[in-house]
Design a protein around this ligand. Structure first.
Ligand SMILES: [Zn+2]
Length: 497
């Protein structure tokens, strides 16, 4: 049941430089926003139909015109900076009042510019290319990036509730925050910061040229995401449960690394992963294990192909591993050469050769042999299918067990130094603890509803599901019944029914 990836929407973003061109403006997106909540980003957003009504002076590339307008409008909306010609005559108070008109919908941006005799000059903007949100995201944008300089006497501020912790920062300092896993950064922002950090703005034109080339070389497609210096997330198309379309394969470590859930059975997807793995091996790095997190069909299927590939191409023998329970369940389907014990520490090496470890956490509930992986140094949890960024987690007895699942969530929530997580589907999540608490609360609420439906006379799991899950797509009703069975099992073992 393969779903189509979401169609990208047009958008623009601005890499705003401070007056002396030593820093860039970034801000944290409100963690409550569903798309990249909690991530650090440049100001920007999707195009508005009125953007095309505004003329940009000196715009040689007419295709970019509406995106420059979008960039200027979003910059004004989000951080209160009005990057237009003629704008210097406005007072701070007047700008605030115009901002208020725009946000409240009293005037649109075209009207504001016309009324105040303001205009946009394309010469204030340097295009650095476009990037598209990876296919695994339920919401996608094709974003055009521009570099521009903040006008004198204007100070950016968080002008809407979607933005917080706004600051100008030197790109190299931004990368330090990322390396310590203090922030999450979306790939195009990371690529821009890495390029700008290279020469510290001593040759801005060269950085712009390099960024544009990078974007053009891959037509803005992002295959994988560097979550932090230890972990790469590589979404691969699998036969998973809608609305998810991909399973996140993780490459953890560099000089010594493991590959978790190389699950795609699709040859084209496998080839993309091999390209990255090969590039690491060609640098002399070592693939220590190919891990299967649990028994579901969207988590295995490509691991043996990867193992064969590494044997054929490099003469390497890399073991395929899982927890013993998973290995037993997959007997005849996958051959395992190694078992991972509960709480086993898997020691790896980063790019510089420094050791770090991920702990394999046996976290049953969704599946009996289910493993999560925790990098305590960076506070980053790979939550596999126990907590995900897209779709919902199914607890289906007899493999699934609600009591075990909730115990696993409690254990995950209380991990020391827990900051962020990334599950097997969808994007990384900034506030891991809040997300796990939300999951626990959701299950408690569902249990209450199941108990109430039972006490009101619904007897079978089907009847209860009919009461609890109203207006449900009939295709997924059988899954809802399974989930109710899991709640009933827990209620019964607690002598509540
Ligand atoms: Zn699963």
């Amino acid at each position: 049941m393969n779903q189509k990836s979401a169609t990208p929407r047009d958008a623009s973003a601005v890499i705003l430089l401070n007056q002396d061109e030593s820093k860039v403006l970034w801000a944290q997106r409100n963690p409550k926003i569903s798309f990249l909540g909690g991530f650090h980003a440049f100001p920007g957003g999707k195009t508005d139909e009125t953007d095309a009504q505004i003329i940009v002076k000196n715009c040689a590339d007419k295709n970019l015109e509406k995106f420059i307008v979008c960039a200027v409008r979003e910059l004004f909306e989000e951080v209160g900076v009005l990057l237009v010609r003629g704008g210097e005559k406005l007072t701070k108070g007047q700008r605030a009042s115009l901002h208020d008109d725009l946000i409240s919908g009293r005037s649109n941006f075209a009207e504001i510019l016309a009324d105040w005799n303001l205009w946009i000059d394309a010469e204030d903007f340097f295009y650095t290319g476009h990037w598209t949100t990876p296919k695994f995201s339920p919401v996608r944008f094709k974003t055009r990036f521009f570099i521009a300089k903040c006008p004198p006497k204007q100070t950016p501020y968080a002008a809407i509730t979607e933005m917080q912790n706004i600051e100008f920062i030197a790109p190299k300092d931004a990368l330090v925050c990322w390396a310590k896993s203090e922030v999450l950064i979306a790939p195009p922002v990371l690529i821009s910061l890495q390029e700008l950090a290279k020469n510290e703005f001593t040759d801005l034109q060269r950085s712009i040229k390099n960024l544009l080339e990078k974007s053009q070389n891959c037509d803005g497609d992002i295959e994988y995401i560097e979550l932090n210096p230890h972990i790469i997330c590589f979404p691969l198309r699998t036969e998973t449960l809608p609305p998810a379309t991909h399973t996140n394969c993780f490459i953890v470590g560099r000089q010594e690394f493991v590959v978790i859930d190389a699950a795609s059975k699709d040859e084209a997807e496998q080839a993309k992963l091999f390209e990255l793995v090969d590039s690491l091996i060609e640098k002399g790095f070592v693939c220590k294990e190919i891990i299967v997190s649990h028994l579901h069909k969207d988590h295995f299927g490509g691991e043996t192909v990867l193992q064969d590939h590494l044997r054929t191409k490099f003469g390497l023998e890399v073991p395929v591993s899982a927890h013993r329970i998973t290995a037993e369940s997959l007997q005849g389907k996958v051959k395992f050469q190694k078992f991972i014990e509960a709480d086993e520490l898997i020691t790896l090496k980063d790019e510089a050769g420094v050791n770090f470890a991920i702990k394999a956490l046996l976290t049953p509930g969704h599946a009996r042999g289910h493993l999560c992986f925790y990098d305590e140094d960076l506070g980053f949890l790979l939550s596999s299918d126990n907590v995900v960024g897209a779709g919902t987690v199914l607890i289906a007895p007899p493999e699934g067990n609600m009591t075990d699942y909730l115990n696993s969530l409690e254990r995950m929530k209380n991990l020391p130094n827990l900051q962020h997580l990334c599950g097997s589907h969808g994007s990384a999540i900034f506030d891991a603890k809040a997300k796990i608490e939300e999951y626990i609360a959701h299950r408690a609420e569902r249990e209450k509803q199941v108990l109430e439906a039972f006490q009101n006379g619904a007897q079978t799991a089907e009847e209860i599901a009919g009461v609890v899950y109203q207006n449900l797509n009939p295709n997924i009703f059988p899954l809802a019944v399974k989930s109710v069975e899991a709640h009933l099992e827990k209620l019964s073992s607690n002598n509540l029914i």
